[in-house]
Design a protein around this ligand. Structure first.
Ligand code: ATP
Ligand code: MG
Ligand code: MG
Ligand code: MG
Length: 562
């Protein structure tokens, strides 16, 4: 491709609303443009990278026995009503009406659609297992779309769904998907961990998230230095102390006697920023302080928080009492269960489990199923750790290290969460009607692109790994006005293409400095510069990543690049 023809609008300035490297660089290098908050266009360079990621995903999914298909983005509300998610999913689900006033949703995910297809078409155990996937645009009206492609409201996801008659079959597919995901993210050149996680709004039991280790990650994970152990800590909003000595725990018990009436009071007492307290409150159940998080819109939270605060004044001594009070006062908030565990009262009637502050499980005093930025705001300046770094890994191998992670993939064993309410059944060997088991497996394709950009750049621009680069080679005629250089460049362009490389050829009549700046910015792995030594048949080859450069005779260029 001749760069003079390429639609690649670059920007000199860092766009003011772009807060992370990947977002800034993808905008500046002309890979993407924003249409509205969390909604982007992929320009030619961006589309090429997207394509490469999609193809890696396709190859590995096909290899693992999944079949590609395509489902509609526009989905009948009735399906979501059948699964119950029409009511539980909340404002993240984009809803609309057609001209006949019928309700529709824009697909945030496709469990409902795929389950309806499979239940209609698969009637016998002989057709199971089945594993189907698609690569498609998803819509989620994220509360805080941010970080460019990392958290969009319209984004590209690969989603796969598997259907089974036997648990072992689901287990096998789950493992195959995990392996495929590892292969995919390795091929994308990412430093990632598969971490144990909880299942959030989708439901189901066993699940792993694939986390790219990154400073800007929105999740906090703990992993072992010497084994595969890794878990999402699903950060607690309030850290009482990193110190787990008896004094620190005594501090914790003080909560029992504190009657906080305002967020400020709670904040002062706990010595954490008010922003962290807004959605949390300590309860006392069975003489254990228990943290309750209230999730949802700010305004809604404020109201609920007031209610919850008044609960403290009710002086609930036991779990049983707390439950009764909550049921009586807040039955509308959804199912609540209080023991050593309390289910978080979510505004969408989705129960989230929270462990008690004391007596939490041994691997770490952490809360489960609570995601920061989803369930609460994070004060970036505060230390959020509760499990202490350097602890022995629960599997006894290595010590615990913390890292922030970007969730690029997620695999779930759904079990019968969808197949049961949606009546996806089959006839078993004995002709008996049985409900299918399901798994679901997602990859954020556009998020993966941004994660790669986020982890591969320097102060000059992007640095693409060979597997994803929009073009393999950047050929630059240093001075296109010089006839000799232009002629040799043309010749090399043809040669590189014939060698099977995808070559971007900067044939523009621009100054050398401009060309080099743009070249660094878009970050192709290999740059071939045809300059002053063209007359000697020598070109300069520069490796974007290492910055190394070599003088190479044109006759040896093909073998050098390989
Ligand atoms: P998050 O915790 O970041 O909100 P999620 O757990 O809600 O993600 P899933 O429902 O597990 O997301 O969807 C599967 C994958 O889709 C995620 O692992 C992620 O890579 C991607 N994804 C989810 N939400 C977005 C988004 N708003 N923008 C881009 N990619 C997304
Ligand atoms: Mg989400
Ligand atoms: Mg998540
Ligand atoms: Mg997820």
């Amino acid at each position: 491709m001749r760069q003079s023809q390429l639609f690649m609008p670059t920007l000199r300035e860092v766009p003011s609303d772009a807060d992370v490297k990947s977002h800034q660089l993808l905008l500046r290098a002309g890979f993407i443009r924003q249409n509205a908050a969390g909604i982007y266009s992929f320009l030619p360079l961006g589309k090429k990278v997207l394509h490469k990621i999609e193809n890696i995903v396709r190859e590995e999914m096909n290899r693992a026995g999944s079949q590609e298909m395509m489902m509609p983005a526009l989905q009948l509300a009735e399906l979501w009503q059948e699964s119950g998610r029409w009511y539980s999913y909340g404002p993240e689900l984009m809803r609309l009406k057609d001209r006949h006033e019928r309700d529709f949703a824009l697909g945030a995910t496709h469990e409902e659609v795929i389950t309806s297809i499979v239940r209609d078409e698969v009637k016998s155990y002989k057709k199971l297992p089945l594993n189907l996937y698609q690569i498609q645009t998803k819509f989620r009206d994220e509360k805080r779309p941010r970080f460019g492609l990392l958290r969009g409201r319209e984004f590209i996801m690969k989603d796969a769904y598997s259907f089974h008659d036997k648990q072992e079959s689901l287990d096998d597919t789950y493992e195959a998907m995990k392996d495929a995901y590892s292969a995919i993210f390795s091929r994308c050149g990412l430093n990632f961990r598969a971490v144990l996680a909880d299942s959030g709004a989708i439901g189901g039991k066993d699940n792993h998230e694939f986390m790219v280790l990154s400073e800007i990650g929105e999740d906090l994970i703990a992993y072992s230095t010497d084994s595969d152990f890794a878990a999402n800590i699903e950060m607690a909003p309030v850290v009482l102390s990193e110190d787990r000595s008896s004094e620190a725990l005594m501090e914790l018990e003080k909560v029992e006697t504190k009657h906080a009436k305002s967020i400020e009071e709670v904040s002062e007492f706990l010595q954490v920023a008010p922003s962290k307290v807004i959605k949390s409150l300590l309860y006392i159940a069975d003489e254990q302080p228990v943290l309750v998080l209230v999730r949802g819109d700010h305004e809604v939270n404020e109201i609920k928080l007031k209610n919850v605060l008044s609960a403290k004044e009710v002086e609930l001594a036991t779990a049983e009492e707390t439950k009764k009070w909550l049921d009586a006062e807040h039955g509308s908030l959804g199912p609540i269960q209080v023991s050593k565990e309390v289910k978080v009262i979510a505004d969408q009637a989705v129960p989230y489990m929270v462990n008690a502050v004391c007596g939490a499980n041994e691997t770490g005093y952490h809360y489960t199923n609570v995601n920061h930025n989803r369930d609460f705001e994070v004060d970036e300046t505060a230390d959020l750790r509760f499990v202490v770094e350097g602890d022995l890994s629960p599997d006894g191998k290595g010590t615990i290290v913390f890292a922030k992670g970007i969730e690029v993939g997620h695999v779930f064993k759904l079990g019968k969460v969808y197949s049961e309410p949606m009546k996806a059944s089959y006839l078993d060997e004995n002709g008996k009607n049985q409900i299918m088991s399901m798994g679901c497996y997602g990859i954020g394709v556009s998020r993966t692109l941004a994660a790669v950009a986020e982890e591969n750049n320097d102060d000059k621009g992007l640095i693409w790994p060979l597997s994803l680069t929009p073009f393999d080679v950047h050929l630059i005629a240093v001075n296109s006005k010089n006839a000799e250089q232009a002629a040799l460049s043309d010749e090399i362009y043809t040669q590189i293409k014939n060698d099977g490389f995808d070559c971007l050829y900067d044939d523009r009549p621009e100054r050398a400095g401009v060309k080099f700046t743009d070249s660094d910015l878009i970050g192709l792995p290999i740059r071939v510069m045809v300059g002053k030594r063209a007359s000697d048949g020598i070109v300069e080859v520069k490796i974007r990543k290492s910055g190394e450069s070599f003088e190479v005779p044109v006759s040896e260029l093909s073998s050098f690049i390989k």
